[in-house]
Ligand binder design. Structure first.
Ligand SMILES: [Zn+2]
Length: 328
């Protein structure tokens, strides 16, 4: 037998196996997405997202306290307004008495070391359920959409968010938000994490159940990227780098590992985030329930593949589990 090379010699010991990891998974890589609703005492399970709830601000201490003790470092907040009147401009998004702004203040007071990111979009707050302002024919009206999204982002930063993360995919919003933060003297106090390459995915279903944000007509395909559009993904990443994004995000994660790798190549000096979205999380759970694989093994394989592709931050509903599973 003529074998020129035996790779197995390089990873036959547990320690030499561990040396094969270029970038190890750590607790601090995880950012936990949480849903904040406007009933302050709410703790309502979301059936399509196993173990996840909509939380009221009065529940945050009991909910987050044990996770903070286990090493939770960051959260990303999604507002779920259920009791307020929605309008065309998404006014409840930055209502000072709305769930997101109250939650930012509450978490800062309760857990001063937790890094608070806020998703910024209008779709949870508009009566039509779209992410921006609309023309009469139902198409997106970009300029006022961007202006309003920047206003909301600045108001979250003023309330104490450490990071604002626009998910709307309106062209030009990164530049507008960065300008808004600088003009409000918050440029050096708030990170701008761009959902740069956000694809129109079939994997957002459970999130829409959770956030109540399905559009009332049409869909979001005119602003979310077509799943086949590698080139658009790359252009969006490069554009957002130039416009001042501090972190580049790819969403969803597992079916878009090549785009994560592209982001790491195109923005080698930026942290790269990816969002293991609701449908990915539900899929890992469903497969485990069906006996296809062990939940923990598959959860590890899924997020380790994201890190291998180049991600340095992972938004995941598995965050509480990884705080138990990881040592540091
Ligand atoms: Zn949206």
């Amino acid at each position: 037998m003529d074998i020129s090379s035996i790779l197995q010699g390089g990873y036959q010991h547990p320690l030499s196996r561990s040396w094969q990891t270029r970038s190890a998974l750590t607790k601090s890589m995880f950012m936990y997405p949480i849903f904040i609703t406007d009933d302050p005492n709410a703790k309502v399970e979301i059936p399509s997202l196993p173990g996840q709830c909509r939380w009221g601000v009065n529940q945050l201490e009991a909910f987050l306290g044990p996770l903070v003790k286990k090493g939770l470092r960051s959260v990303i907040l999604f507002g779920v307004p259920l009791n307020c009147p929605k309008d065309a401009r998404g006014s409840p998004a930055d209502d000072p008495t709305g769930p997101v702004i109250l939650a930012i203040k509450k978490i800062r007071e309760l857990f001063p070391d937790i890094y608070i990111a806020c998703d910024v979009c209008l779709c949870e707050y508009t009566d039509h359920g779209h992410c921006g302002f609309l023309h009469e024919d139902g198409t997106i009206n970009t300029a006022p959409s961007v202006e309003r999204i920047a206003e909301v982002a600045v108001n979250y930063a003023k309330a104490g968010a450490h990071c604002v993360a626009p998910s709307d995919m309106m062209d030009g919003r990164i530049k507008a938000i960065k300008r808004g933060l600088i003009d409000a003297s918050l440029g050096n106090k708030c990170t701008l994490m761009s959902y740069s390459a956000k694809f129109a995915s079939a994997l957002y279903g459970p999130f829409r159940d959770a956030a109540g944000s399905a559009p009332s007509f049409g869909n979001r395909k005119c602003y979310q990227l077509p799943p086949t559009a590698k080139g658009l993904g790359r252009r969006a990443i490069q554009r957002d780098v130039v416009e001042g994004a501090d972190i580049i995000m790819v969403k969803p994660a597992l079916p878009y590992l090549d785009i994560i790798a592209d982001a790491a190549e195109l923005a080698p000096d930026h942290p790269i985030a990816c969002y293991q979205v609701s449908g990915e999380f539900a899929m890992v759970h469903a497969g485990a329930r069906a006996g296809v694989y062990d939940l923990r093994t598959m959860a590890f394989e899924s997020v380790e593949s994201m890190v291998r592709a180049g991600a340095t931050i992972i938004l995941s509903y598995f965050t509480p589990e990884f705080l138990n599973w990881l040592e540091a």
